[in-house]
Design a binder for this molecule. Structure first.
Ligand SMILES: [Zn+2]
Length: 124
């Protein structure tokens, strides 16, 4: 991959990273908000508003799941940036061939080419 392409993907990944970070901040504040509410709420309110609490818990659980997913993605994006720095970006970790550009555009964090991915999922 030439320098111009690498720069293109670096920008793409950087942008995604910022989006995910923003989203993660929001999710974290959602989780934090409801946790704080629960911790400071007195017990009478707790029993009177079980229905509300149920929704809250579900929202919190969802936020946790989304946050976990985002954290994982963020890590992958950082690893992709690291690969760009090292000049190994866009190279399949299995066959060492270059990964198709269209695939990288769609999934910039991928470390495996389409053929190897198919072969790998076929083994499962
Ligand atoms: Zn491959």
């Amino acid at each position: 991959m030439n320098k111009k392409d690498l720069e293109h993907f670096q920008q793409l990944i950087q942008k995604k990273k910022e989006e995910v970070k923003k989203n993660l901040d929001y999710l974290r504040s959602t989780v934090l908000d409801s946790t704080t509410r629960e911790a400071t709420g007195d017990h009478s309110a707790y029993s009177y508003h079980m229905a509300d609490l149920g929704t809250d818990n579900m929202e919190r659980e969802k936020a946790f799941l989304f946050a976990a997913r985002d954290e994982k993605y963020l890590k992958q994006l950082e690893q992709a940036l690291e690969r760009i720095r090292r000049g190994t970006y866009g190279i399949c970790r299995v066959c060492n061939n270059e990964i198709a550009r269209a695939r990288l555009e769609a999934v910039p964090t991928t470390t495996i080419c389409f053929d190897c991915k198919v072969a790998e999922s076929g083994r499962r």
